[in-house]
Design a binder for this molecule. Structure first.
Ligand SMILES: Cc1cc2nc3c(=O)[nH]c(=O)nc-3n(C[C@H](O)[C@H](O)[C@H](O)COP(=O)(O)O)c2cc1C
Length: 161
């Protein structure tokens, strides 16, 4: 089973988890918008939040993903306004064929609200039916430690057994 972990991260939490899961044996693919989202102040939440609720699909920097090479794709994203971060919208739209018939698992990083809605949106966008596994963590880089590691280990077990 070959696995790709596709992630976007603004402030490092999703990157942290994606890296840990990838260490168990998966290709790590970072996606990023051509035009960075503001990462500070009120604009961080206004611009990113509006973009996320409207389901924006920003142009992405080049990345390599050959869907045919993988059996499983793990989508990892921060929750923005109860939605996936917009770069993931673009990735899913542009790789619809490559995601078809794959096992899809989901990693969400958030601060405590809106993960269920974000998961439902990713489910709808990918059309995957059910996720093979789901890992939802509260700012895991900031809260790194035993509990986070234990949850990551549980997720890795599900997607590797
Ligand atoms: C634009 C924006 C919107 C956000 N909206 C939510 C939200 O709806 N619910 C929540 O719990 N956290 C929200 N957050 C917090 C992030 O999801 C959380 O801090 C996450 O761990 C960040 O991941 P990252 O470090 O990989 O970027 C938001 C953050 C940003 C920048």
């Amino acid at each position: 089973m070959k696995t790709a972990i596709v992630y976007y991260s603004m402030s490092g939490n999703t990157k942290y988890v994606a890296g840990k899961v990838a260490a168990a044996g998966a290709d790590l693919i970072e996606i990023a918008p051509e035009k960075k989202f503001p990462a500070k102040g009120l604009r961080k939440f206004l611009v990113g939040g509006r973009s996320a609720v409207t389901g924006a699909t920003p142009a992405l920097l080049p990345y390599e993903f050959k869907g045919s090479e993988y059996d499983r794709v793990v989508i990892a994203t921060p929750v923005w306004a109860s939605s996936p971060a917009p770069p993931l919208n673009t990735f899913i739209r542009d790789n619809r064929e490559g995601l078809k018939d794959k096992k899809i698992a989901l990693i969400l990083c958030f601060r405590g609200g809106g993960a269920d809605k974000a998961a439902a949106k990713v489910k709808e966008l990918t059309g995957c039916g059910e996720f093979e596994a789901e890992l939802v963590l509260v700012d895991p880089k900031k809260n790194a430690g035993y509990d986070v590691d234990k949850k990551i280990a549980g997720f890795v077990k599900k997607i590797t057994e």
